[in-house]
Design a binder for this molecule. Sequence first.
Ligand SMILES: [Zn+2]
Length: 468
Amino acid sequence: MGSGGDIVNALRSYQKKCVTEVGQQFRLGHRAVLMVAPTGAGKTVMFSHMADTFRSRGKRVLIVAHRKELIKQASSKLRAAGIQHGIIAPWAEQVPELVQVGSVQTLRGRLGRLPRFDLIVIDEAHHSVAGDWARLIASQPQSLICGVTASPQRMDGKALGVSEGGVFETMVLGPTIAELIDLGFLTPSKVFAPSIPDMIGIRTRKGDFDTTQLAKLMAKPECIGNVVEHYQRHASGLPTICFCPSVEVAEGYAAAFRAAGYRSVAAHGEMEADDRSEALSGLETGAVQIVTACDLISEGVDVPCVACVILCRPTKSLGLHIQQVGRGLRPMEGKTCLIILDFSGNTLRFGLPDTDHGWSLDAPANDTKRRASSRGWLCECGVVHAARAGSCAECGRERPAVSGRKEKDELQPVGLEEFDKTKERAWREMAYGDLIKVAKTEEDLRDIAKARGYKTGWVSKAMKEIAA
Ligand SMILES: [Zn+2]
């Protein structure tokens, strides 16, 4: 079995820095530290190193995964790093190792019987909301806690800091996706947004678009035809995952791809696990070109050969968006660029894969202000660019300005006719504080008053506010 020294030597320099910073935060007196690092940063390697450091001092470490399926993955990575460990699961025999791996579901029933751990590592820590997690943490009051995640926000958009009801007191930021691309640990990407779905009238449930309505929207024949056509044009034959809002939509898309002559299968939660993994391994062998997926390919699924990701599942969750595009960012020999075909509006809503989201432990992820500065813009040629890009790298067109608005106005992704339709809705739904910051002209204010049903007197009152 390897020693701590071997693992330290194997760490990349940013990994060493990250692990050192987490240790510093503990020494500063914080009990719970959140480490944020994107897909491809090597989160498992980093927490394995921490576990090994604790173990080498005779201390106990518990590594918690949020799903049973992720236990085996964590275990095999620990084994690869040479770290002896036990597994706490109904199917595993208990071994008295200092490092233990378990799922929150299994641990739930054993809280009173667990040894006292010195460090608890929470993998995919954005799931660590109340309930089972809170009970586990409360049952181990002596333990330090290190959460690990690629997107430090819960699916309901809340932040993970103590002030928002989470457990984490402080955060250590690992490398950004842009840095990992520069270092060659992730693949750059090119995003096409051939169409944007009309979300007017789509309800929000539990913080995200209503999936029943989404399924109807994305199952329209013209939408399916458009997806197949653009796949043919931009990514024909490349190993692809297509994210869909429902099982039926996934089946429908797979059938449409097959009808166009491609090898395509649907993969979803209602299938046998073996069939799902067969579909994914088919991408690697070439037996399958396009896996159309519903709800199951998120964290923990690594298929580096994926060279195209098709987004057909509009979402309000930045975390889900990051997970979806992240499935294609792993580098592989011969893969120079990930193609993203976005039919969901998600990259315009949240930004490109390498967008810096300015993570915060306290600010909710759905913070409109923060998000506006990271959103992409769509060129006439169909390519989506980062907010900072002044012109299109594909066709050379300048970033268009919208008439009557200043260049800096980032309420709307500019140059985007389709988004004008949603303008009224944006005025209607935006937080009042943001409205006043974003509105520039009297005309804006009149539009706002109309959208929100304010009386005419409001416009002159608000004019003074925006002038202030
Ligand atoms: Zn262009």
